[in-house]
Structures are given as structure tokens and as C-alpha cells.
Design a protein around this ligand. Structure first.
Ligand code: SF4
Ligand code: SF4
Length: 223
């Protein structure tokens, strides 16, 4: 029937409206900001940068690959790549963001930056009360404001953060094993080269000595 959906919707609204006078469960709104609805784990507002350890600058997972900057639909991420490198969690030298800004007045909370990040370096925050009377910079979040600890990430999205930690631990273990095998192979190659050099006959020196000897013998014979 044409308009059946609209009638059902209006009926549900009426049921909640009148029902809310007798049943608190039917009250779908709260008196914000004095009252707040409980936050669910899937809540997402604006992105933040995750860091490991105690030092936010050293611990930032972001390697300034700029994928999120390219993929952000409204182009509200701005990154400047560092000229030098710093060791990551497994000691591999990596670039880091010399500058990382997000203009949250433009951000539409689509989470695409999070989806495309290969390093689990950017995640969605749950803070939405960011209003400011500074219309030119109040909503421009710089690197120091965006950086938040992995503990904070666990606090707001425990299930997701535990999964990320497990995946990162596995990747880091694989990387360490790769580095260990490469170091062992390099050490074995160096040892084999040294052994081969030690076992080889001293041809050049012998030739020189022989040459000198023969020459000396020839001289003796000529006398
Ligand atoms: S959430 Fe979407 S709009 Fe906001 S910074 Fe990420 S990609 Fe850009
Ligand atoms: S947040 Fe992720 S995708 Fe964006 S620059 Fe950093 S590492 Fe690359």
C-alpha cells in the first residue's frame, strides 16, 4: 500500500511519544549535556594518531606514507614527511610525519583514513565536544593534539585495540625473525669467506718468492 511505511513510522513515533510518559524505556532522548547516553564501543567521531610507549613523538606509529592524505575524500589531512628517519618498533629506520594536521571542521568522520592505513597508526576517537570560538585555528588539530596513547585506544575501543595489538605483535615477531635469519645468513657468509681465504694457497706471494728465487738461481748459474 502506498505510504504504508510512513504510517508505520508515524505510529512508532506516537507510541514512543505517549509511551514515554508511562515507560522510561520509550524515552529515546536525554537532557544533554547534564545527561549523556552510554557510549558504545563502535562510536566514532574524529581521527587520532596512536603512539606506543611513553614518548608520543618517538612512539608514533605513523611513517608518513601519506596514503591517508591521498585517500581522504574532503582532503582535510596535511602531512609533511621528515627528512631523516627514526627506528620503528623493530628497529627499522622509518620516516615520520614532521607535520600532521587534520582540519576537523572539514572532516566528515568517514573513517577511510583508518581503513587505508597499513600501519594501524590512525584510529577514530570518541570525542565530539570540540567546539571553539577561534574560527581560524580552533578546529585544526596538529600532531601534538592528535597523538594519543595505545592505552587510550584500548580504553575507548577495547575489542578492536586488542585485535590490532595481536596482529602487530605477530607482524613484529615475523619481522624480527626475518632480521635474525638475515643476520645469521650474513654471519655465515662472512665466516665462509674468511675460511675460504684462510684455506687458499698463498699463490701471489709464492709466485713473487719463486720469481725472486728463480731469478736468484739464474744469476747464480750465470756466474
Ligand atoms: S575520517 Fe574521513 S574525512 Fe576525516 S580525516 Fe579521515 S578520511 Fe578524511
Ligand atoms: S596515518 Fe597511516 S596512512 Fe596516514 S601517513 Fe601515517 S602511516 Fe600512512
Amino acid at each position: 500500500m502506498l505510504g504504508e511505511g510512513i504510517i508505520k513510522g508515524l505510529a512508532e513515533t506516537a507510541r514512543n511519544f505517549f509511551g514515554s510518559y508511562v515507560n522510561k524505556e520509550r524515552l529515546t532522548t536525554v537532557q544533554y549535556p547534564e545527561e549523556r547516553l552510554p557510549r558504545i564501543e563502535a562510536t566514532r567521531d574524529f581521527p587520532f594518531l596512536v603512539y606506543d610507549g611513553d614518548d608520543w613523538e618517538k612512539g608514533l606509529r605513523c611513517v608518513a606514507c601519506q596514503i591517508c592524505e591521498k585517500e581522504c575524500p574532503p582532503k582535510c589531512i596535511y602531512i609533511e614527511k621528515s627528512k631523516d628517519k627514526k627506528p620503528d618498533a623493530v628497529g627499522k629506520p622509518q620516516n615520520y610525519p614532521a607535520k600532521f594536521d587534520i582540519d576537523v571542521s572539514v572532516c566528515m568522520s568517514c573513517q577511510i583514513c583508518v581503513e587505508v592505513c597499513p600501519f594501524d597508526a590512525i584510529k577514530m576517537d570518541v570525542q565530539f565536544e570540540l567546539s571553539s570560538d577561534d574560527r581560524f585555528g580552533g578546529l585544526l588539530l596538529t600532531k601534538d593534539k592528535l597523538a594519543k596513547s595505545n592505552e587510550y585506544y584500548h580504553e575507548i575501543h577495547p575489542t578492536e585495540a586488542a585485535g590490532v595489538d595481536a596482529a602487530l605483535a605477530e607482524d613484529r615477531e615475523k619481522e624480527k625473525e626475518k632480521q635474525r635469519l638475515a643476520a645469521a645468513a650474513a654471519a655465515a657468509a662472512a665466516a665462509a669467506k674468511a675460511a675460504a681465504a684462510a684455506a687458499a694457497p698463498p699463490t701471489t706471494v709464492a709466485a713473487t718468492k719463486d720469481g725472486a728465487g728463480s731469478g736468484g738461481a739464474a744469476k747464480e748459474e750465470a756466474k
